[in-house]
Design a protein around this ligand. Structure first.
Ligand SMILES: *Cc1c(COP(=O)(O)O)cnc(C)c1O
Length: 395
């Protein structure tokens, strides 16, 4: 059977107004990178997040934001970072690249994110930082986790790549920790033409280092130059923090993407609300099938970036379900986020040991449905009816 509903690589469609903003920036931006559109996007993003102006920095993707957050931690050999084993590999390897060892924390089987308890179990005397991933778009219990990190003196970083706009007690995902990162990749609810990201840094002293860290170590001269071209166009240095050198990068995002990102902030709440309303209709439409367990959250704590479920009847039934959905109905569900301790990469690095039974159990029985925002109502209804039919057939 032909594929009727694909698991799309593209989350949203753009409106004519959004396309016009892109065209306007294409015509008028000068320079085409690191100009007024970037400054405007960063300011608007900080306002949206409810954080201080000057604390948010656009990056070329989520990973480059994660890498700079790792640099700002200044890991020494042996330093550990607590990381959920159930997340996308991009959450984790930037910290490995910058010298940390990962210690895996388990997720809750129902919410699929880490908890203060599971983090506490992974903390050792060598722990320096904790990374919380708001996976699938659901905000973890940040008040409890922030309290734990504060008591233990640990750096708290939020990977909010999937959770833009999600909030807990009126506070946005990515604004609870010392640092937060966002992704505007093609799959995400807000995408800046396929690539893009943001780094939030709460501490003003650390935040002041990010522009040079992001752009080749460029900084302005701190003295008057009678001839503007001498000694050079701009000073190049490495950002230095308490005597430690931070190696520079070039992780900027272009002006056209920044113009679009700022514009999309006007619509992100609507996109998220529409996705959540639809997720709830899907979940409630399957209320008679408890063998497929969803995480139902009717508030803005979940933006339903993804619509994931667990087949409580186990991995084999999950496979039968996916086979029938694909071959009989033409609907391509996928399985996501193999526990990282099971990846060859982390095993080779000696990080193949984890005590994360929930992450294993969830991954082995999970199903992720196609859930792009632009899925038509007709296709959505077809997917819901097909899911009911396949589950009935499997009983
Ligand atoms: C998408 C994603 C990233 C990486 O973002 P990029 O913009 O693709 O670099 C990191 N963490 C999680 C959880 C993600 O989903």
């Amino acid at each position: 059977m032909e594929c009727k509903i694909n698991f799309s690589g593209r989350a949203i469609r753009y409106t004519e107004d959004e396309i016009a903003v892109v065209v306007e920036a294409m015509r008028n931006a000068d320079p085409l990178t690191q100009g007024q559109y970037m400054a405007a996007f960063e300011k608007k993003f900080a306002d949206y997040q409810g954080v201080l102006e000057g604390s948010c920095f656009v990056t070329m993707n989520g990973v480059s934001a994660l890498e700079m957050s790792a640099q700002l931690c200044r890991f020494k050999p042996g330093d550990e970072v607590v990381m959920p084993s159930h997340t996308f590999t991009a959450s984790a390897y930037p910290y490995v690249k910058k010298g940390a060892t990962l210690a895996w924390a388990d997720v809750d089987l129902h919410t699929r994110v880490v908890t203060a308890e599971s983090i506490a179990r992974a903390i050792t005397p060598r722990t320096k930082a904790v990374v919380v991933v708001h996976l699938y778009g659901y905000v973890a219990d940040m008040p409890a986790i922030a309290e734990l990190c504060k008591n233990k003196g640990l750096i708290l970083i939020e990977d909010a790549a999937q959770a833009i706009g999600a909030e807990l007690d009126g506070k946005k995902a990515g604004s609870f920790g010392d640092m937060g990162i966002f992704s505007f990749h093609s799959h995400k609810n807000l995408t800046t033409l396929g690539e893009g990201g943001m780094l939030y840094v709460r501490d003003a002293k650390l935040a002041a280092l990010v522009p040079a860290l992001r752009h080749n170590g460029h900084c302005t001269y701190n003295f008057e130059r009678p001839d503007y071209w001498k000694p050079a166009m701009g000073n190049v240095d490495v950002p230095i923090l308490d005597g430690d050198f931070l190696q520079p990068n070039n992780y900027c995002l272009g002006e056209v993407e920044c113009a679009l990102g700022a514009k999309l902030l006007d619509r992100i709440d609507t996109i998220n609300d529409e996705k959540r309303a639809r997720a709830l209709r899907f979940i409630d439409g399957l209320a008679d099938f408890p063998e497929l367990e969803f995480h139902r959250v009717a508030s803005r704590r979940h933006n339903y970036h993804l619509l994931a479920a667990r087949m409580t009847a186990g991995p084999e039934q999950r496979d039968r379900f996916m086979r029938s959905m694909f071959h009989d109905k033409g609907i391509k569900c996928v399985v996501q986020y193999i526990p990282l301790d099971r990846y060859d990469y982390y095993r080779r690095l000696g990080m193949g040991e984890a005590n994360c039974p929930n992450a294993d159990a969830f991954f082995d029985s999970m199903v992720s449905f196609p859930f792009q925002h632009w899925l038509s109502e007709e296709d959505f209804q077809y997917m819901l009816a097909s899911t009911c039919e396949v589950l009935t057939m499997l009983r």
